[in-house]
Ligand binder design. Structure first.
Ligand SMILES: *Cc1c(COP(=O)(O)O)cnc(C)c1O
Length: 386
């Protein structure tokens, strides 16, 4: 859990935390323990591993590394980001209330509104621009605040420290979906959050070759409750996927630096293009939450969204199909640059009125800026948006 690397710098933890040479062979890389079950010398006498739904050595190395990256005591890996979110929601009971954002990842909104609301859990969807706005919604049934920052796809920033102070004062759990920032840019537990969630499919994996989720947290009692759900419900990842994410994380710090650099250049370049109207990127000084972003994030990341001036759906589709280096695809956080049309792709499960209310309009495109050479990315944007 907390090895000699735990208090070292980020890049060292990314490469080493949770990982020692394999005791049986000396293999430097953590082996892919492709086994479902483990030998017991006599019933109950084993090396800590019984059955791979609950524990697997490759996954364990990954979980310890994940915990170290978020300065948390515990990590839990799930078979997807939604699997991780589902486990947090299963902490709740009928009658409980949750306060969450109106500008959520589409899949989270779908799970809350179509699955858990049927189990008697009530969700309040609000704009977190002012943390103080949540206080009037809190009552003795409120058990969880679930936030995402930066939000997807409009890149709004929520003040984690301010929300955490309110959550603590009312004895409500605070969970933060930290997928967009990655642990390299932002550590919600240091700012007072109880649980951090990641879609490890994105920056942690980093190569668009695996779907996985994670929870990181420090409270032991809460960890035990979540581990029980994880093992009982079984949305846990296999050893091959665990290995891929463990391997991806070794370059997280290098990739994030490059994503941030390319993101900065592209945000500035978009400003010069006449076809572009609004640009959502928290690094601009005139971004409404720039000051909070500067305080709680180490840099501004590689996610940018923008609207096309005067474009209808047809024109937006035309532009989205013209890219040659950016690939038109869902998802984000890989080494390759992607362009996404939220209304028809990632956010199609959100009703139109709800989308329009938060600025997810027909003419919005989202970029996941990769780590290719910047000249080629700028050239591609120039030709697609001309
Ligand atoms: C992708 C994503 C998720 C869901 O994760 P999966 O790994 O696709 O299940 C949740 N939140 C955010 C912000 C995401 O981008």
């Amino acid at each position: 859990m907390q090895d000699k690397y735990y208090n070292m710098k980020f890049g060292t933890k990314a490469i080493h935390a949770g990982q020692e040479p394999d005791p049986t062979t000396g293999a430097v890389m953590t082996p892919i323990y492709q086994t479902s079950t483990y030998w017991q010398k006599s019933p109950g006498e084993h090396k800590g591993f019984e059955y791979s739904r609950g524990t697997n050595p490759t996954r364990k190395a990954l979980e310890d590394c994940l915990a170290a990256l978020e300065n948390a005591r515990y990590g839990l890996a799930f078979s997807s980001g939604m699997g991780a979110t589902d486990a947090v929601m299963k902490l709740l009971q009928p009658g409980d209330e949750v306060i969450t954002g109106s500008d959520l990842y589409g899949g989270s909104f779908r799970m809350f509104s179509k699955i858990f609301s049927n189990y008697g859990i009530k969700f309040h969807y609000i704009n977190f621009a002012n943390a103080g706005d949540i206080t009037p919604l809190i009552n003795d049934k409120t058990k969880l605040i679930w936030i995402e920052t930066p939000t997807n796809p409009t890149m709004q920033i929520v003040d984690i420290e301010a929300v955490a102070a309110i959550a603590k004062a009312h004895n409500v759990l605070l969970a933060v979906d930290n997928t967009f920032a990655s642990p390299y840019l932002q550590n919600p537990i240091d700012l007072g959050a109880d649980i951090v969630m990641h879609s490890a499919t994105k920056y942690l994996g980093g190569h668009s070759d695996v779907v996985m989720g994670a929870l990181m947290l420090s409270d032991e009692a809460l960890y035990k409750r979540l581990w029980f759900i994880y093992n009982a419900c079984g949305a846990t990842p296999g050893p091959m996927d665990s290995f891929l994410v463990l391997r991806g994380i070794k370059t997280l710090h290098l990739r994030m630096k490059a994503h941030c650099e390319n993101g900065r250049e592209i945000a500035r370049f978009l400003k010069t293009l006449p076809a572009v109207d609004k640009i959502h990127w928290p690094g601009f000084e005139d971004h409404p939450n720039h000051a909070i972003a500067k305080r709680q994030m180490r840099d501004f990341g590689g996610m940018i969204s923008f609207t096309l001036k005067g474009a209808d759906l047809k024109r937006t589709f035309e532009v989205a199909s013209r890219f040659k280096v950016f690939t038109l695809a869902e998802s984000l956080g890989g080494v390759e640059s992607l362009v996404n049309h939220p209304v028809s792709m990632t956010h199609a499960s959100i009703p139109k009125e709800a989308r329009d209310a938060v600025g997810v309009t027909d003419n919005l495109l989202r970029l996941s800026v990769g780590v290719e050479d910047i000249e080629d990315l700028l050239e591609d944007l120039k030709q697609a948006l001309s």
